[in-house]
Design a protein around this ligand. Structure first.
Ligand code: GDP
Length: 298
């Protein structure tokens, strides 16, 4: 997803190689190139502005270093700033002191929530947990079946309304699932919620009602990295309408320009916690800002 951005940045840094010292003009030219590369990759404008300001200030003020030549020094600054934009440290899931830990998934329809529930289930199982996936998406006729299929593939349990009874109350399903988890000793409950194709009030209200009913330890906002600038707008709408604690980027395997998704942490002040990069359940991992920065910088 970030190949073009990587290539552009590599070309920019190449121009600096062999220079003994960086003049103000060198720094300006480099900043300009980086700015274009980020904008072309779809990184949100306020994020680009903040990023360039930091890089310029730090590059201008950098001490002459024995260990690093000027080009390496700029790369180091860009790398550190990129890690910062991506959220700095990796944030891990918070588990409740008193199980079950409740994780609620929110996001638009098609963002990858149901797939993520399966991925998270498999991942949690691998960490020694005993997860329960909850089908509180009763909007889409097929969603309950889809979650059951995903749960079976992951080898984890699912809590769903009886087939044929799909027009139930998602808030009640979510609430009852917590009692069920407690009784059956599941230690993590993953609640899949309904999405819409676009943001609407009813969707936000339902998600907020489910949130209030289950008091989640983590609300994870799932976003399709392929939707470009809309990723940032959607994230802001969910932050204001439902609130979330962490972000999951899905479809990072796509070939769209993923810069918008990379802007979400900075814009919303919530960290990216996981990344999904494929339809298979094991194509998923914790998100590490430093590794992502290294991948982008090649
Ligand atoms: P939901 O409506 O939010 O529950 O989204 P789904 O989980 O049903 O995902 C929508 C589509 O995206 C499905 O066809 C999934 O197979 C696909 N999908 C989900 N995650 C990924 C991913 O990381 N990469 C790719 N390429 N496809 C994904």
């Amino acid at each position: 997803m970030f190949d073009t951005l990587s290539d552009r940045l590599a070309a920019t840094f190449k121009n600096l190689r062999g220079k003994g010292r960086l003049s103000e003009a060198d720094i300006d030219a480099t900043a300009r190139e980086i700015r274009i590369a980020l904008l072309e990759a779809d990184v949100a404008l306020p994020v680009v502005r903040a990023f360039i300001k930091q890089v310029k200030e730090r590059a201008a003020g950098a001490e002459v270093s024995q260990a690093l030549n000027p080009a390496q020094q700029v790369i180091k600054i860009v790398n550190e700033e990129l890690v910062g934009i991506l959220g700095g440290e990796t944030r891990r899931l918070r588990f409740a002191k008193q199980p079950p830990t409740v994780i609620m998934l929110a996001g638009l329809q098609g963002s990858g929530k149901t797939t993520l529930a399966g991925k998270l289930g498999l991942w949690l199982k691998g960490q020694g947990h005993s997860p329960l996936l909850v089908a509180a998406d009763l909007q889409r006729p097929n969603a309950v079946t889809q979650l059951s299929v995903v749960a079976e593939r992951a080898g984890v349990a699912v809590y769903a309304p009886e087939p044929g009874n799909g027009v139930g109350d998602p808030v009640k399903v979510a609430k009852d699932s917590i009692e069920y988890a407690r009784a059956k000793q599941f230690d993590v409950v993953v609640v899949d919620t309904a999405g819409r194709l676009g943001i609407d009030q009813e969707l936000m209200q339902q998600a907020a009602d489910i949130r209030d009913a289950v008091s989640p330890d983590e609300v994870l906002f799932v976003v399709d990295a392929m939707i470009g600038q809309d990723a940032v707008n959607t994230a802001e709408a969910f932050r204001d309408g439902v609130g979330f604690d962490g972000v999951v980027l899905s479809k990072l395997d796509g070939d769209a320009r993923g810069g918008a998704a990379l802007s979400i942490a900075h814009v919303t002040g919530r960290q990216i916690m996981f990344a999904s990069n494929g339809e298979k359940l094991d194509e998923f991992d914790a998100f590490h800002p430093d590794r992502m920065a290294s991948r982008i910088l090649g």
